[in-house]
Ligand binder design. Sequence first.
Ligand SMILES: [Ca+2]
Length: 502
Amino acid sequence: MPRTNLIFIMSDDHAAHAISAYGSRVNQTPNLDRIARDGMRMDAVFCTNSICSPSRATILTGTYSHINGVASIWTEMDYRVPTFVDVLHDNGYKTAMFGKWHLGERGKSLPRGFDAWKIFPGQGDYVDPEMIDPKGASVVTGYATDIITDLALDWIDELGADQPFAMMVHHKAPHRPWVPDVKHKHLYADGTIPEPDTFFDDYATRSKAVRGVHMTIADDMGADDLKTEVPEHLRGPEKRHARMSWKYQIYMRDYLQCIQSIDDNVGRLLDHLEERGLAENTLVVYTSDQGFFLGDHGWFDKRLMFDQSLQMPMLMRWPAEIEAGTRSEAIITNVDFAATFLDVCGIDATVELPTSQGRSFRPLLRGEQIEDWADAAYYRYWEHDDPIHAAPAHYGIRTADYKLIYYYGAGLGVPGASDRIFEPEWELYDLHQDPTEMRNIADDPDYADVREALAGKLAEYQARYGDEPYVGPDTPRPEWGPYDVEIFDQLQEYVQRARAAN
Ligand SMILES: [Ca+2]
């Protein structure tokens, strides 16, 4: 029996509600839908820290941010815990990584355990990007999503027959600044993209912490994102709604055009596997490092624990074991990926990657139940020092029925960073009565018992994963990385400029 191959395709900031297999109202993704049609659509996969670098470190190591140390985009990977790629490589797999790495590109933070790799420095560019490989840096001509796919196809073709392999295909798209390929520029004409139902959320019941985030389309989306200035007649508080609608069409047009290239290129990769006779025995995963607000609640970006940001799309095709057209509603987090991928490759993570905090969900892929599978996901966001987005420190728990979030009011320890500090606040959402999370019921007496039970579950999960609850400014926290006061000053100027131009 040949060993199973793994192709892990991950885009950057691609929300599930911009995939037609998930019922998108805004676009069609026929090639991503092929993975769902021929395999499994997973409906409750959540990230444990909704931002780029932390999610990547969590996926590689099977651990929470406080264990692997990558708590923010300013922190680089230092391999204080090993990765599932290390294990696969030690077990005879050929391994490769192409595209957005975003865990540092110098010295010890470079990709490790890969036979072949070629990555963007930092966020990378969409057009004619610089790329780094073991030989050094060079400019690669073309569009990023095509380039990454070309590298993936070429590498598959170089493998020997029956050589088991694991390949990570990490798209830069559709991350800011959403630069589409010229061949997709005709799609999604102005005015044709429907606005979400929660677009004009007035935040009436929300915490102060959430009301203060700098992620609004109205006031925080600037000329760098839109590639044009807000016209004079749409500026000012009284033009807020008209300005939002105008910006939304530009934002979503560019975002969805970027996704169109991903969809095309996933189709190329799937076709290639079929032509090479590799489809049957290869697990193909499509996911994104986290979700994204597509105008939901009037926002763009991610970070918060609302579902559009928290949910990772996850489509998996593996004809040898996954029945076509199946779905799973089990609650899974990105901490579970490493153990699962090792299991699929015939390796027991509890033995070979004992530092992993995750658990293999492979039986779920076969349609089996796991009796004592977790019924909640624990989440923690650490990047509250970021002056651009001003997203608050928080942790919380999400079950199938409810979500409890604690904004614990941590101060900011970085000179020059945003100084928003709050009293601790709670939010509670009833996901059946209020699936779009519009009504915070944390202080509703009818839900007092629910809140108490969830607070208990939150503490239980925090203890299970060895995370420390916040008890004041002296509470230990992961190091934040090599930040620089001058950079913070520049970022704050950027925010002030963007907000002033609205
Ligand atoms: Ca991301």
